[in-house]
Design a protein around this ligand. Structure first.
Ligand code: HEC
Ligand code: HEC
Length: 462
């Protein structure tokens, strides 16, 4: 028996509780996977292949980043004087929403509702620019529209947790910020919420510049960007956005990597039996297959996994009647093809696609998916398990028929992913995950919450 076969057998025994069990469901025999290998857990819950993670350096914040921190928490910048970046991106909630509202309230009179769930601002430090297809030199010389053409001709490849490279080769949209990837850099990004009438509604560049000149920042701006810079409103606001971006890039609280899973990867923690089973099911193409899109393995260079392949997918999550904009039956949030991003509006093959978010700290959230339609991980897991096998449990019934993919106009429903497991099943078939698999996957997702290291320092078992 090879070492790996031994490990697999040992894991099997650990997971099933039956010593010597040959081949438990969820673990392929060693060597049988076409590419990649099944994940393994030691009988005591430890990691058989500990790695050294290459974490972002921890240095004192630069002066620009410190200025950015002040701005991030300053409600004066908003039109209402009551909302700062931190109101929606709460540092105590992994820079995500501090409440269970699907969309937050903003605007200069605090009476405008947002249209999408607030994403976490954590783990964006490696996010690549928006692109279509693999990163290579050729791509840099051709335009997005040309790539779209190529993308139309390429075949959609099935993604599984063991073959995540497959789609990288086909031309899929990936990268960027926001649920629709419409902006590339954190700096460009900040003027979105700052001036967005539904969010901070800060007014004009001149209004914001006037606020920056008063309120104790003026001297800091001049020290950092040169005397006389205060006179140029556009420049002043642009440097404020730069400072906000530097804060998010430099401050370790945006990428702490202090979860139990990070400790486990480095051989410094042990999974509970439920977490171990969940980890295997998360990776098993016949169960969750979650890792096909929410990548969970460290890179060859030791980069810790971010639990996203940063690709766009149409999952067809149900419409959320709690979003005020959805009271208009003709309103549809189509992600990549609009209405908030406009450059791909005619590329209807992308309608309904949204960016795959990180799952780090997802277990601390109270709203899930771009439209915040779910409020617990149990509901999210039900969606993955029953979307195709028991659609009546997920979608409303209209005129006696289950209205599958009800948040998309009928003509775009064909864009919904029906090939990647667990979405490759038909109505009435057995769901991919059992109730226990789903509970176990949730237990595993909880190991992705940061702050574990500040908790028990000895490997815990429960
Ligand atoms: C009223 C709530 C609200 C406020 C205030 C707010 N945001 Fe956001 N933020 C959102 C929402 C909602 C999204 C997602 C919007 C979308 O995808 O179209 C978002 C997205 C982002 C993203 C992209 C994250 C990702 O995962 O792609 C960044 C970065 C960001 N905001 C930074 C900021 C900064 C910096 C400020 C302060 C200048 C700020 N936000 C203020 C609600 C808010
Ligand atoms: C085919 C790719 C794919 C697979 C497989 C997949 N996901 Fe996702 N996941 C996504 C995308 C894309 C979104 C965002 C969709 C949206 O908002 O419309 C998402 C969103 C989520 C969210 C919401 C996070 C947030 O911040 O709102 C959770 C939780 C999640 N997935 C967990 C899982 C689990 C658990 C599995 C396995 C059972 C899984 N995913 C399998 C692509 C995938």
């Amino acid at each position: 028996m090879s070492l790996r076969a031994l490990l697999v057998a040992a894991t099997a025994a650990f997971l099933t509780g039956a010593a010597g069990a040959a081949e438990p469901p969820g673990l392929a025999p060693a060597g049988s996977a076409p590419t990649g290998t099944p994940v393994a857990v030691l009988p005591d819950g430890g990691n058989p292949h500990p790695v050294h993670l290459v974490l972002p350096p921890r240095k004192p914040l630069s002066a620009v980043a410190r200025l950015g921190r002040t701005l991030f928490f300053d409600p004066r910048l908003s039109g209402s004087g009551r909302v700062s970046c931190a109101s929606c991106h709460s540092p105590r909630h992994a820079y995500g929403p501090p409440n269970a509202l699907p969309v937050q309230i903003g605007g200069s009179r605090m009476n405008r509702f947002g249209v999408r769930a607030v994403p976490s601002l954590e783990y964006l430090y490696r996010q690549q620019n928006f692109s279509i297809g693999p990163d290579n030199e050729e791509n840099e010389t051709i335009t997005l529209q040309q790539l779209v053409q190529l993308g139309r001709q390429s075949r959609r490849l099935r993604k599984t947790a063991r073959d995540t490279a497959a789609t990288a080769a086909s031309l899929v949209p990936q990268g960027g910020l926001f649920w629709d990837g419409r902006v590339n850099t954190l700096q460009q990004q900040a003027d979105g919420p700052l001036f967005n009438p539904l969010e901070m509604d800060a007014g004009s560049v001149a209004t914001v510049a006037a606020k920056l000149r008063s309120g104790g920042y003026a001297r800091r701006f001049e020290q950092l960007f040169g005397p006389g810079m205060l006179g140029n409103s556009r420049f002043l606001v642009s440097e404020a956005l730069f400072a906000l971006a530097r804060f998010q890039i430099e401050d370790p609280s945006f990428h702490p990597f202090s979860s139990k899973y990070d400790a486990w990867l480095q051989g410094k923690a042990r999974f509970t039996p439920s977490q171990a089973r969940g980890y295997v099911a998360f990776n098993d193409p016949r169960k969750g297959d979650c890792a096909a899109c929410h990548l969970d393995r460290p890179g060859a260079d030791g980069q810790p996994p971010l639990f996203t392949d940063t690709q766009f997918e149409a999952l067809g999550v149900p419409r959320n009647p709690a979003i005020p904009a959805n009271r208009n039956p003709r309103y549809h949030d189509l992600g990549l093809c609009g209405p908030y991003r406009t450059d791909l509006a005619r590329q209807t093959q992308y309608c309904g696609m949204f960016l795959t978010p990180t799952l780090r700290n997802a277990a601390t959230r109270h709203v899930f998916f771009h439209n915040g339609v779910y409020h617990s991980l149990a509901q999210v897991l039900d969606f993955y398990d029953f979307r195709d096998t028991r659609p009546g449990r997920i979608y409303p019934v209209v005129n006696g028929k289950v209205d599958k993919y009800d948040d998309l106009p009928a003509r775009y429903r064909a864009n919904v992913d029906r090939s990647d497991p667990p979405f490759d099943r038909a109505a009435g078939q057995a769901p991919a995950m059992s109730a226990r698999d789903m509970r176990d996957i949730i237990a595993f997702l909880q190991t992705l919450n940061d702050g574990w290291r500040r908790g028990p320092s000895i490997p815990e078992l429960r």
